[in-house]
Ligand binder design. Structure first.
Ligand code: ADP
Ligand code: MG
Length: 701
């Protein structure tokens, strides 16, 4: 039992602002509670004597033993709502559901009110839902503390929604489809309780088998990832996250900032949290149904059994679009099917047992394929015929599913003839769809969840780094009063063990000459200026400079900087050892700090075409070793790194380690707002961070 168990299973609920005025929210809540709640309802409203037959108290404090009220539902006008919450807290009530709107969602006055509300809730340590919430429901106790017009039926799905309207729509939709719920909460403005709290609660709730959510944002990405990772070891979480445009991404000063916007942060964060993300309500409930009704598959191989050629092909196509694969049958299976099926049948997967198949033939075919070791799940696709009773077929499928204990979905392609078959199947927890693609996608979601459950989350490696030296570099930039740092800050990477080419920043042609001689070969020279973001764009990078041209090149670079911007601050010129690009690949490794999820690492194909090719992947930091390795696998150009076309493969371990070391750097220093290492040159002998650019927030130092 979690901290919020009395919120969902109260004995006594007070409605603060209870009323009987026709058409009001206060009336809807009170009458919904009276309708089905298996407990006591208390009405509070100083302007009423009696509400819907309930005696009305002036204040919660006047109720006898007010501390035994488990939940207070607040429906008073916004200007008195905070006071009502204080009174509830002072009376010893722990759970408060604030229906009242007119807070953060309505501008600055509302935002101030929401701050007051939060302060009041924190003072009394309240479990507060809302404000601006439709309310909460819990079916075991018949609790309907919402102003919706439908009570959920009992089931094993718990559902949270950031949109109250969406709750009412879902309830209406679910009523037609036999979809039942355990708890439902409309999150409202999430002043106190947010998605992470409910995920934690339902993770501990034995009666919740699947957690669903409709979210528009996530308050605390880090907390959410931590909580969800634990919960999804036992309870699947399926989320619709409504998309938001990446406002502000164009203002980013780094490639990473431009490419790793908030939408990608969600994508990565929700994936790392172990949640299944879907795009539609349909998928949300498709996945919920199969997750709660069917066992997890032990592999990805699917068998298709059908009486219809066309739909069989459609199903095969859907398998092709999914992460499932069509099972290849063992010889024994083929022999058995050959013996038992008519000559015209196709005994290879998809198994087409042809149009005159009665339920009995489905039974034999299904039993045979389910016994095959190469089969982990099955989909039965059937069209109505004169010789096939869907009812019998449903019984056969149910029986075989229970015997084999393998996941099955069905596609009974029909309308009115499906009815009773459908009932038998849903009773057995076998999902049935008209569209084979939905059946396949749902089975694919089961496989996905199986993989999530099998995940082992490793701790990020803690490398031995020189944190103090890194801090020094950042602080010295702060002393120069600049937020933008470039190659002059390469020491930051040294301090965290990220290899950089030999070199340094010098401030005169003769110093440049000396350093070049020390390096002892052709060098690369780059202008160093906080005003120049992309050095090569203005001719600020010269590669392969021979020793006798170093002095002149220094002067040239400064002239080019001045031509670009008369008053550009020039910190000097970087003289750098040449890195062998012929045997290497230019990658990009960067970080952009997301307001919800924190540091988002980006790894991909780098160099000057980085934003043209956009082949990269992101993860919320800190990342563990396996996560860093996955990032390499993710990009389309992975074969390039692994030695395509006769090239030597790059040193993957060095790349993976560098990703982890950067992860540690940006986790240690919240002051780093965005950062690009572009290129990070990966060669067969290791990696070299050739260029660096970062933005810092001095206040975080
Ligand atoms: P910017 O990104 O500001 O234009 P970089 O330092 O990334 O400046 O240099 C631009 C390009 O020059 C790199 O993508 C790389 O191709 C090449 N380059 C830079 N430094 C070196 C080096 N030390 N060795 C070889 N090539 C280099
Ligand atoms: Mg660069």
């Amino acid at each position: 039992m979690g901290r919020l168990s009395t919120l969902f299973a109260p004995e006594r609920v007070a409605v603060i602002g209870a009323t009987d005025s026709e058409g009001s929210v206060g009336r809807a809540i009170t009458s919904n509670l009276l309708e089905s709640f298996d407990g006591e309802v208390v009405a509070v409203n100083p302007y009423k004597e009696v509400v819907l037959g309930l005696q009305c108290y002036d204040a919660v404090a006047d109720v006898d033993a007010p501390e035994t009220i488990d939940v207070a539902v607040v429906v008073v006008p916004p200007n008195v709502a905070v006071e009502a919450i204080r009174e509830a807290g002072a009376a010893g009530i722990e759970n408060v559901v604030v229906i009242t709107a007119g807070f953060g969602e309505t501008g600055s006055e509302g935002a101030a009110r929401e701050r007051d509300l939060r302060a009041a809730a924190e003072e009394y340590d309240l479990n507060l839902v809302g404000p601006n919430s439709l309310g909460v429901m819990s079916t075991p106790k018949g609790l309907n503390a919402t102003f919706g017009n439908e009570m959920a039926t009992e089931g094993d799905i718990s559902f949270m929604s950031q949109s109250g309207a969406f709750v009412t729509a879902v309830l209406d939709w679910a009523a037609e489809r036999d979809v039942g719920f355990k708890d439902i909460v409309s999150l409202g403005n999430k002043a106190i309780l947010d998605e992470g709290d409910f995920v934690a609660e339902w993770g501990d709730d034995a009666e919740t088998d699947v957690i669903l959510g409709y979210l528009e944002d996530i308050d605390d990405g880090e907390k959410f990832i931590q909580t969800a990772r634990e919960v999804t070891q036992d309870t699947p979480i399926v989320l619709v996250k409504s998309g938001r445009t990446d406002a502000g991404a164009s203002a980013a000063a780094s490639h990473t900032g431009a490419m790793a916007g908030s939408e990608r942060a969600y994508e990565a964060g929700l994936e790392q949290a172990g949640t299944l993300r879907v795009e539609s309500v349909q998928e949300l409930f498709d996945f919920a149904q199969i997750l709660s009704g069917q066992p997890l598959p032990d592999g990805e191989e699917i068998a298709i059994v059908t009486n219809a050629g066309g739909p069989g092909v459609m199903t095969t196509d859907a398998v092709g679009d999914s992460d499932l694969s069509l099972a290849e049958f063992e010889d024994e299976t083929l022999d058995r099917l050959g013996e038992t099926m008519p000559d015209e049948a196709n005994i290879y997967n998809p198994v087409d047992i042809i149009g005159d198949a009665p339920a009995k033939r489905f039974e034999i075919a299904l039993e045979t394929v389910l016994e095959d070791d190469n089969v982990s799940m099955a989909v039965v696709v059937a069209c109505p015929t004169a010789v096939l009773s869907f009812e019998e077929l449903a019984e056969v499928v149910t029986e075989k599913q229970q015997e084999a204990e393998m996941p099955i979905a069905t596609t009974l392609m029909g309308g009115k003839s499906v009815g009773e078959g459908q009932d038998i199947l849903s009773e057995a927890g076998i999902p049935n769809y008209f569209d084979p693609a939905r059946a396949v996608d749902s089975l694919d979601a089961l496989r996905d969840y199986g993989e999530i459950q099998a995940r082992e989350y490793e701790e990020p490696t803690a490398f031995d780094v020189d944190r103090e030296r890194a801090r020094e570099v950042l602080e010295s930039a702060a002393r120069r009063n600049t937020n933008r740092l470039g190659v002059e800050a390469m020491e930051l990477l040294d301090a965290y063990g990220i290899p950089t080419p030999r070199g340094g920043v010098v401030s005169s042609p003769s110093e440049a000459q000396d350093l070049a001689e020390e390096i002892g070969d052709e060098v690369v020279m780059k202008i160093v200026s906080p005003d120049i973001l992309h050095k090569s764009d203005i001719g600020g990078v010269e590669v392969g400079v021979p020793p006798d041209e170093v002095r002149d090149t220094y002067e040239d670079l400064v002239v080019r900087a001045r031509n670009y911007q008369q008053d550009a601050t020039v910190l000097g010129v970087q003289v750098q050892e040449m890195v062998d690009l012929d045997s290497g690949t230019e990658t990009i490794l960067g970080m952009n700090r997301d307001p919800q999820f924190g540091p988002l690492l980006l790894f991909g194909l780098g160099g000057i075409f980085v934003e043209v090719l956009e082949d990269n992947t992101v993860r919320v930091a800190p990342v563990s070793e396996p996560e860093a390795r996955e990032m390499l696998d993710d990009i389309d150009s992975a074969p390039l790194l692994r030695g395509a076309r006769g090239r030597d493969p790059v040193d993957e371990d060095a790349l993976v380690e560098t990703v982890q070391r950067l992860s540690q750097l940006v986790t240690d220093f919240p002051a780093i707002v965005e950062l690009d290492i572009n290129p990070l040159v990966a060669t067969p002998d290791g990696v070299q961070a050739v260029d660096l650019r970062l933005t810092i927030d001095q206040e975080e130092l």
